[in-house]
Design a protein around this ligand. Structure first.
Ligand code: GAR
Length: 205
């Protein structure tokens, strides 16, 4: 299955997907496109190094969200991608896009949703003072950070943690579980029943 990875920044999750899924011949996945809304995103550099086609779709080049979303969809279609993996993509995709690709858009978020949605999940959890936070991978639906949860992993907050050390622990978990989830979805091992998601042969955690 050909997948598109959408990223706005550093691209460490993209790198984990490249390292764990893109190369091995036994994995039925090819990253067919890395798309970014930011021309300087390091994620694009990672894609180029791996020989993966890239595209830049800048929000300000379009009159509104619908036109921006349509340009992204056009790239996805052009590259024949069937699954869309958001990896630090910091733009909200509109309802039409989400409906068109229903059940085929995944996102990773650095907290245990529904706690601490938004763009600063790690900092917000630390500032709130929770003792456990973590990582969530979910299907994208119209409401932001609210689709059915596919996998969650807890990360303990230690007394000496700073935003940096907590981020390190969270990213390590992200890089471990996101490729596993993408593979499970691509292999048809993920079933959705209402809000609940079931992964065969066993949950990813
Ligand atoms: C990741 O920690 C991801 O969970 C987060 O952005 C980071 C991207 O890092 N996403 C969100 O906060 C979405 N709301 P990366 O570019 O190194 O993969």
């Amino acid at each position: 299955m050909r997948i598109a990875v959408l990223a706005s920044g550093f691209g460490s999750n993209l790198q984990a997907l490249i390292d764990q899924l893109h190369a091995p011949p036994e994995v039925p996945i090819e990253i067919g496109l890395v798309l970014s809304d930011r021309p300087k995103a390091y994620a694009l550099e990672r894609a180029r190094k791996a020989g993966i086609p890239t595209a830049i779709v800048r929000f300000r080049d379009y009159s509104d969200r619908r036109a921006f979303d349509a340009a992204i969809a056009e790239q996805i279609e052009r590259h024949g991608c069937e699954l869309i993996v958001l990896a630090g993509f910091m733009r909200i995709l509109g309802p039409e896009f989400v409906r068109r690709y229903a059940g085929r858009v995944l996102n990773i978020h650095p907290s245990l949703l529904p706690a601490f949605p938004g763009t600063h999940g790690i900092r917000d959890a630390l500032e709130y003072g929770v003792k456990v936070t973590g990582v969530t991978v979910h299907f994208v639906e119209e409401e932001v950070d609210a689709g059915p949860v596919i996998a969650q992993v807890p990360v303990f907050v230690d007394p000496e943690d700073t935003e940096e050390t907590l981020a390190e622990k969270i990213h390590a978990q992200e890089h471990r579980i996101y490729p596993q989830v993408v593979l499970a979805v691509a292999e048809g091992r993920v079933r959705v029943e209402g809000r609940r998601v079931f992964v065969e042969p066993e949950e990813i955690r």
